[in-house]
Design a protein around this ligand. Structure first.
Ligand code: PLP
Length: 427
């Protein structure tokens, strides 16, 4: 059969280039990881050819004998990994990714325009937790449900649970949502359960970012507090891009119906098989070591930055990610992201507590899961901190020299330079 390189050299060469970029750079995006060869094999397998709408044993298509086996194993492994009793909890492993998993969870538990309350996006929450601005309902979850967020304290960067309680008692959401995309601290699920109970709300935990840390026993497990737990599977869990919804047994029929036929069609069987493999990997003792190393490395990276004079939101981290405050250096997250990218370090700009502009955030989010998978240890992360520090110095120098040349130079050369650098300055 004709190879990819022969059939489509253009795409083949871009895949090749991306593989090299991933290999040769320092991957510090907190939500990314490197999956095993076994997971990649399943993703590229014949399972991608198969339609299997429905659930195990009740499909709308024939030929699902083996698919049923794979999906069953995947569900069993998911429950086992998190120590869940199948009499109490169920799981759906069909969501295509984290966002559809969340939307399906909401439609399972709520009616249109019911109220939800999650962590605000600029405070480190995810879009799907109901994000909207005063001008626009940005996320579909804020279009179809009424959303009022809770926030982190602009002084400490920690979630303000007293304020959460005050808002919850005023807004009376039906669903309180824990979990975020850029929150470097442990969650107080017990407090959130209390708040939810005091207003008759359900508690959902979106553990997307930390599902590998929960599996590795280095983060508090949300299962003893939550009614429903959603997750992506491609972050700290180190699986394929996919989603899962765990729910207490009484909600499972509604969850299953919300995934199919309500939101999705045929499940992506190649992803489900790849997820089953990742769940098996995550249940090995080595994975616990991996999870511990992610945390130790995040701590080392944080300390490495702090000893070089940098400021971290909340003063450090309890998990795999750090929020690096570059605003106090007179920079923006976008500028630092850009300069670091030129030096083959991949990060992302992120808002930090106290930011006033969502378009020009003052921070950079850093994460250790991917480079920990590549075997870096705490000393290595001190070097990474040094690289980041030097990158940041370059950004400051670049900014200063552009500003100086703007003031001092005239003529065509200067205006060309201005055009070239305009992008950087407006970042
Ligand atoms: N939930 C959280 C907390 C996330 O951080 C993310 C992704 O970053 C999602 C949900 C959405 O996942 P996906 O990008 O797979 O749709």
């Amino acid at each position: 059969e004709i190879s990819l390189a022969e059939l489509d050299p253009e795409i083949a060469s871009w895949i090749d280039a991306e593989e090299k970029r991933q290999r040769n750079g320092l991957e510090l995006i907190a939500s990314e990881n490197f999956v095993s060869r076994a997971v990649r094999t399943a993703l590229g397998s014949c399972l991608t050819n198969k339609y299997s709408e429905g659930g195990v044993g009740k499909r709308y298509y024939g030929g699902n004998e083996f698919i049923d086996k794979i999906e069953t194993i995947c569900m069993e492994r998911a429950l086992e990994l998190y120590g869940l009793d199948s009499d109490e909890w169920g799981v759906n492993v069909q969501p295509y990714s984290g966002s559809p998993a969340n939307f399906a969870a909401y439609t399972a538990l709520l009616s249109p325009h019911d109220r939800i309350m999650g962590l605000d996006l600029p405070s480190g929450g995810h879009l799907t937790h109901g994000f909207q601005t005063p001008k626009k309902k940005v996320s579909a979850t804020s279009v179809y449900f009424e959303s009022m967020p809770y926030i982190v304290s602009s002084e400490t960067g920690y979630i303000d649970y007293d304020e959460m309680e005050r808002r919850a008692k005023m807004f009376l959401p039906k669903l309180l949502i824990a979990g975020g995309s850029a929150y470097p601290r442990e969650w107080d699920y017990a407090r959130m359960r209390k708040i939810a109970d005091s207003i008759g709300a359900l508690l959902m935990v979106d553990m997307a970012h930390i599902s590998g840390l929960v599996a590795g026993d280095v983060a508090v497990s949300p299962f003893q507090y939550a009614d429903i737990v959603t997750s992506t599977t491609h972050k700290t869990l180190r699986g394929p891009r996919s989603g899962m919804i765990f729910a207490k047994k009484q909600y499972m029929d509604d969850v299953n119906a919300a995934v199919f036929p309500s939101l999705q069609g045929g499940p992506h069987n190649h992803q489900i098989a790849a997820l089953a493999i990742a769940l098996k990997e995550a249940n090995k003792p080595e994975f616990k070591e991996y999870a511990k190393a992610i945390l130790a490395n995040a701590d080392a990276l944080g300390q490495g930055l702090q000893k070089r004079g940098h400021i971290l939101a909340t003063g450090g981290t309890d998990n795999h990610l750090l929020l690096w405050n570059v605003r106090t250096l007179g920079l923006t997250g976008s500028k630092v992201e850009k300069v670091l990218e030129l030096a083959s370090m991949t990060t992302n700009k992120n808002s930090i507590p106290g930011d006033t502009s969502a378009i020009n955030p003052g921070g950079v989010r850093l994460g250790t899961p991917a480079l920990t998978s590549r075997g870096l240890n705490e000393q290595d992360f001190d070097h990474v901190a040094d690289f980041l520090h030097r990158g940041c110095q370059l950004a400051i120098e670049a900014q200063d020299s552009i500003l100086e040349s703007r003031q001092e130079e005239g003529g065509e050369a200067a205006s060309n330079k201005k055009v070239l650098m305009k992008e950087f300055l407006t970042e």
